[in-house]
Each structure stands twice: as C-alpha cells, then as structure tokens.
Ligand binder design. Structure first.
Ligand code: ZN
Length: 137
C-alpha cells in the first residue's frame, strides 16, 4: 500500500506525533498554514467522509476537538477545522484526515489558498509537538 498516512501510522515514515491512541493519531503538518497545524487521522484506512465507519469518525472528531482546545489554550485566537473529500475538493492524500489550524488576528492567512510555511528545522517542529502534547487535556 502506497498510502503516506498508513506509512506514518506504521512508523515507516517519521512524523511529529502530538496524540495517539488505539484508533487515532494526530501529527504536525510538515507544511503548516500556521505553526501548530495538526492533522488528525484515523488509524484504519478510509478514503473519505463517504466511506468512513461512524464509530471511527466519532473517535476521530473527538480527537479533533481535543487538539483544537489545546491550540486555543496555547494562545490561538481561532481554530479552523478543514476536511477535504475528493480531488475536486483539493484532497491530496486519500486517507481521511482533519486539518486543525491555529489562527490569529491579522495572520494574513487564507484557509482556501493555503500559503503554507515551513518549520525552521526538526528541532522547532519537535518543540511545537511537545508543547501541544503538554496542552492536551
Ligand atoms: Zn492509509
């Protein structure tokens, strides 16, 4: 299977995890809209909202909420939750995932166009992951 998220879940590709349980993981997006941008992903492979099991979806969205609250506690002034289904909707990885994006007044970002940034280095990314884990309730 060539699914990048399945490889991350199986630890074949390195990621900065902020949360993990039996059913769901949350990792930092390597090209965030703002630093602290998290992807929440069910461990079982479903492509889209159209085929995901309801119970798995409930577990996944519960983690989305946890992460959103952590970002708010860290100082985000708003949080976008984005989930794309199908090429026409700009889905790029066909393993369902939710973007949880911290937002700030005057951050100049547009959720639709992206304008993605990069972390300075692995260390900075690791520090963000650790901070989010600390703020998770
Ligand atoms: Zn997958």
């Amino acid at each position: 299977m060539e699914c990048v998220f399945c490889k991350i879940i199986n630890n074949e590709i390195k990621s900065q995890k902020v949360y993990e349980d039996d059913d769901v993981i949350a990792i930092l997006d390597i090209n965030p809209i703002n630093k602290g941008h998290v992807l929440v992903i069910p461990k079982k492979h479903y492509e889209t909202i159209f085929d995901i099991d309801d119970e798995v979806l409930k577990k996944t969205i519960t983690v989305v909420k946890k992460v959103a609250i952590a970002l708010k506690r860290m100082g985000a002034e708003g949080v976008n939750i984005v989930q794309n289904n199908g090429k026409a909707a700009e889905q790029h990885v066909f393993h369902i995932h939710f973007h949880v994006v911290p937002r700030y007044f005057n951050d100049g970002k547009k959720i639709d166009t992206g304008n993605r940034i990069k972390y300075k280095d692995d260390k900075e990314m690791q520090e963000y992951a650790e901070k989010i884990r600390l703020f998770l309730l």
